[in-house]
Structure formats: structure tokens, C-alpha cells
Ligand binder design. Structure first.
Ligand code: ATP
Ligand code: LTN
Length: 322
């Protein structure tokens, strides 16, 4: 089963990125899995070039530290496979302005700033190309990417109807729990790299004491009953989902063991610290050898270019390019 996913090198990952996406990727890795650092996507918002370069290396190291193994799956940089930019153009000539301007992420990010970049509008087309270039069947992503996945399916189907069968129509897959980890301070809003307050997100690089402080201060409610119920208890339900994702129990089963918020928070904090510790240790080791990190993605790009090149040529030919 062909699997592909990617993340932007836009800053340190939080536990939502890890539980919603990266942890699933590790479980789904095989010789048929492709994972990329989507560095071209990171150019849609203002980013300092040196920062982009260092965050790209960080993200490669984080993928490996979390358990992606380049001997098993293909890890690559989007910008090292030029077919992504080329496919983007073909698909921009399939997508409509109306459907791109209706994307929630575009509406949110474009209103924060006047003079937003055109790339912010066309971002989902680049993403659709990332996926379609690899004949992807499944795309493991968090819940917030559903709309982009749906657009990818619409574009693939439109292309196939107009130009003949060319693309595999992919599906998005979300984990059963923690597909949408919420901000610890505002549990009705998703944990986010760019919007959350520092106390609202647990980063994969956080120290044990930072993790403990953030979980202890997480917003809950005053009825003092540990129950999994998103409608009336979003704060507690969020903590239960994080727990559940790390312990492989259901959130209801975790809830049954606790009567006090404080006990749940202490145990959760210990579990998060224990789960992140090996990732942090490996990350530190990997970051001492940036040359090897570059070599991993250079090897990945060789395979990615082979697969993507074939699909790109098929699509270009179908549209009438010689
Ligand atoms: P930003 O806020 O800057 O847009 P982000 O934190 O939303 O960043 P992305 O880089 O857009 O993170 O997402 C990387 C992956 O993590 C995607 O698969 C996305 O669905 C997933 N993801 C992001 N936030 C969460 C979350 N709060 N819970 C679960 N999964 C998430
Ligand atoms: N939009 C995604 C990142 C992304 C992606 C992809 C995810 C770009 N291309 C292809 C899966 C498959 C996000 O997480 N913000």
C-alpha cells in the first residue's frame, strides 16, 4: 500500500504533530512509504532563509529520532524533487480560483496579514501534487488536513475525467485518537505551531519540568469528575486522548481509573516525559552529524525522483505536452 505524507519545516514539532501524524507514519512505514519535508510549502509565509535551512535539518532529525528508518522507507526533501514544482503548474491549470479561496486554512492565514503571498492561496495545489506524484493510496495526517485531502481527491478525479485515467485517488487517514490535539490553555482550539501560546503546546523538545508545568496548568473545568466527553469537558477529554494515544488504551478506559484531575495530570506528565525522552536523546545524537542527515535525504531523493518522474510524464503527456 503506497503511503505518503509530509510536514513543513516551520518550527519545532508539538505533541499534536507527533501524535496526529508522525507516530502514525512510523507505524505505517514500509518500502512503499514516502515521507517528505515540504520545504517549498514553508515559503508561503515569511521565513528567514537561514532559519528555513536549520529547521529543515531539525525536521529530518526529528523524523529519524521518532523512528522513521531510511532503510525501510523513503525520506526526502520536496525541493530536491523538481517534479513537485512542475506538477504544481499542471494542477494549477486544473484547480479553480473559487475552490482555493474557499479553503479554511487560506482564509485564516490570509486575514492575519495584508499582502499575503500567492503561494498561500495555491498551497493546496502544491500539496495535491505531492500526493498524486507518488500514486499514493493513503495519506496519514491530522484532522486539520481533511479539507486539503478532499481537494486533492476532487482534482485527481477532475483530471482523470478530462484527460483519461492518470492518477490514483488517495484517501486521508487519521488516527483513532489524538487526530486533533487541542491547545492546553484553550481546549476548543487546536494546538498549533504558529498560533498557540507557549503554555498551550507541548513541544517534542520540552524538558521534563516544562512538560510537567504545562500539563499541571492545563485548563480543565470545575465539576471534578474524570469523564471522556468532548461536549462538556474538552480540557479533560484532550488530556485523556493524549494519554490514550501514548498508552494504547481507550480514553474511556483511562478515565475509569481516575477520580481526581491531579492524579490524571501527574501520571500523564510522567507518561509524556517517558515517551519523549528516547526521541530527544536520539535527536541530540543525530544533530551532531548534519552531513549524514543531508546524505539520508539525498538518497531518498533518488528513489523519489524515479517514482515521481514517471507519473509527471504521464500527466504532462495526457494534457497534451510533447
Ligand atoms: P501551523 O499552525 O503553523 O499551520 P501546525 O502545528 O498546524 O502548523 P503542520 O505543519 O501544519 O502543523 O502539520 C503537520 C502535521 O501535523 C499534519 O499532518 C497535521 O494534520 C498534524 N497536526 C497539526 N496540528 C495538529 C494537532 N493539533 N493535532 C493533531 N495533529 C495535528
Ligand atoms: N499541508 C500539510 C503539509 C503537506 C502535506 C503534503 C501533508 C504538504 N504536502 C502532502 C501530506 C501530504 C500540513 O500539514 N500543513
Amino acid at each position: 500500500m503506497r503511503v505518503l505524507s509530509g510536514m513543513q519545516p516551520s518550527g519545532t514539532l508539538h505533541i499534536g504533530n507527533y501524535l496526529g501524524a508522525l507516530k502514525q507514519w512510523v507505524e505505517a512505514q514500509s518500502s512503499d512509504a514516502f515521507y517528505c519535508v515540504v520545504d517549498l510549502h514553508a515559503l508561503t509565509l515569511e521565513i528567514d532563509p537561514a532559519t528555513l535551512r536549520s529547521q529543515t535539518l531539525d525536521l529530518i532529525a526529528t523524523y529519524l529520532a521518532a523512528g522513521l528508518d531510511p532503510e525501510i522507507c523513503t525520506i526526502f526533501l520536496q525541493s530536491e524533487v523538481p517534479y513537485h514544482a512542475q506538477m504544481n503548474w499542471l494542477l494549477e491549470c486544473v484547480a479553480t480560483y473559487g475552490e482555493l479561496s474557499r479553503m479554511t486554512q487560506f482564509k485564516e492565514k490570509s486575514t492575519r496579514k495584508t499582502g499575503y503571498r500567492v503561494g498561500l492561496l495555491t498551497y493546496p495545489v502544491l500539496m495535491a501534487g505531492d500526493i498524486l506524484l507518488y500514486e499514493t493510496a493513503e495519506v496519514p495526517v491530522g484532522d486539520d488536513q481533511r479539507q486539503h485531502l478532499e481537494l486533492t481527491r476532487v482534482l485527481a478525479e477532475r483530471f482523470n475525467n478530462r484527460y483519461g485515467p492518470t492518477f490514483v485517488v488517495p484517501v486521508g487517514v487519521q488516527p483513532k485518537v489524538a487526530a486533533r490535539v487541542m491547545d492546553l490553555q484553550e481546549p476548543t482550539r487546536k494546538m498549533s505551531k504558529s498560533i498557540s501560546s507557549p503554555m498551550g503546546s507541548i513541544f517534542v523538545t520540552d524538558s521534563a519540568s516544562e512538560i510537567d508545568k504545562k500539563i499541571k496548568k492545563a485548563v480543565t473545568d470545575t465539576d471534578n469528575e474524570v469523564r471522556y466527553d468532548w461536549d462538556t469537558k474538552p480540557g479533560i477529554s484532550n488530556l485523556l486522548e493524549i494519554y490514550s494515544s501514548l498508552s494504547d488504551e481507550t480514553p474511556q478506559a483511562v478515565a475509569e481509573r481516575y477520580t481526581r484531575y491531579g492524579d490524571l495530570k501527574s501520571d500523564l506528565s510522567a507518561l509524556v516525559v517517558e515517551s519523549l525522552a528516547p526521541i530527544q536523546k536520539r535527536y541530540d545524537e543525530l544533530m551532531t552529524d548534519p552531513v549524514e542527515l543531508r546524505a539520508v535525504v539525498a538518497r531518498g531523493a533518488l528513489k523519489a525522483n524515479e517514482v515521481a518522474g514517471e507519473v509527471y510524464r504521464r500527466a504532462a503527456h495526457a494534457m497534451g505536452l510533447i
